[in-house]
Design a protein around this ligand. Structure first.
Ligand SMILES: NC(=O)c1ccc[n+]([C@@H]2O[C@H](COP(=O)([O-])OP(=O)(O)OC[C@H]3O[C@@H](n4cnc5c(N)ncnc54)[C@H](OP(=O)(O)O)[C@@H]3O)[C@@H](O)[C@H]2O)c1
Length: 277
């Protein structure tokens, strides 16, 4: 009998997960289904009970449920524990186990382009929310790099820094302080929604001091080119949007469910051609 997978969140209409997973299922010879379910905050408990009763094989979890779902699961793994959020659930013989594939998705997207930081590199993370937590979890696994943080609310960045890094390998700057130091970083990551469609067409930090040797990464993928990435391109700095991270976090979830790493290279082409016109 075909199995069922899905994603729960609200809003969910524009999620690319169904087209992505459905395509990978077919490519790998499965006639299973992957469906998007709109689940509001007050429906979460009922939805998880329902998914469990129906024997759904696995599902993704997105805004606003990534943290709230944790007490509703039977267990979470170390990755979800460290990040403090779940984006993927695996049904292990009736036990719902939560994991998080955002950190691996983020690092794979960098590695694929040769952008992953190496020993001696300094990195600046802008933001201190859920995405920044996954980014920090991924960066904390790299040896001998320095990771500084900046955020609109510096206290949130202080907490994040203390969770993942020693104080001698991480500083927290106000946005203004960070703007003055942009040239010292090998890699800058925007992990805020500033620049996203529907948000003000704005910059997460002013980019006057940005130089061409800094790799600029934006986790946003709508639009593909935010003002931050536009500024990077204008001065000749390497730039990467959030689409490869989205694809790789999905691929890591697919692997957890089915034991197969699906084709991410052609998926990027497919999504760009069909969903970003
Ligand atoms: N490519 C991918 O696969 C992927 C995966 C996950 C997330 N993302 C993207 O990453 C972004 C952040 O998501 P999230 O889940 O981390 O959100 P979140 O938990 O709500 O955190 C938002 C962060 O951005 C800051 N922020 C929000 N609005 C701001 C503004 N107007 N000016 C300055 N800072 C602002 C917040 O600062 P305060 O602490 O001051 O509130 C906070 O640090 C979103 O655009 C999301 O789409 C992409």
């Amino acid at each position: 009998m075909p199995k069922l997978y899905g994603v729960i969140g609200d809003p969910i209409d524009h999620s690319l997960s169904p087209v992505m997973h459905q395509k990978w299922l077919r490519e790998n010879g499965y006639d299973d289904h992957y469906h998007a379910f709109r689940v509001t905050k007050d429906q979460l408990e009922d939805a998880v009970r329902g998914l469990r009763a129906l024997g759904v094989s696995g599902f993704n979890v997105t805004i606003p449920h990534k943290t709230a779902i944790i007490p509703l699961l039977d267990d979470i793994d170390e990755e979800a524990e460290v990040i403090g959020a779940v984006n993927t659930v695996i049904n292990e013989n009736g036990r719902l186990v939560g994991t998080n594939t955002d950190a691996i998705g983020f690092m794979k997207s960098l590695e694929e382009k040769g952008f992953a930081p190496e020993a001696g590199d300094s990195v600046l993370v802008i933001g201190a929310g859920g995405a920044a937590r996954a980014v920090c979890a991924a960066l904390a696994k790299r040896a001998k790099i320095r990771v500084d943080l900046t955020n609109r609310t510096p206290e949130a960045a202080e907490r994040l820094s203390a969770r993942f890094f020693n104080s001698n390998e991480s500083a927290v700057w106000t946005l203004e302080e960070a703007e003055k130091r942009l040239a010292q970083y090998r890699l800058i990551i925007n992990a805020t929604p500033v620049g996203m469609s529907g948000f003000a067409d704005a910059l997460p930090v002013r980019t006057e001091r940005l130089t061409a040797h800094t790799i600029c990464v934006d986790l946003i993928y709508r639009p593909l080119k935010t003002r931050f990435l536009e500024a990077a391109e204008q001065i000749g700095a390497p730039a990467l949007n959030g689409l490869p991270m989205l694809i790789h976090q999905g691929a890591a979830a697919f692997q957890r469910w089915l034991g197969i790493w699906p084709d991410t290279f052609n998926m990027e082409k497919y999504l760009l051609e069909n969903y970003f016109q």
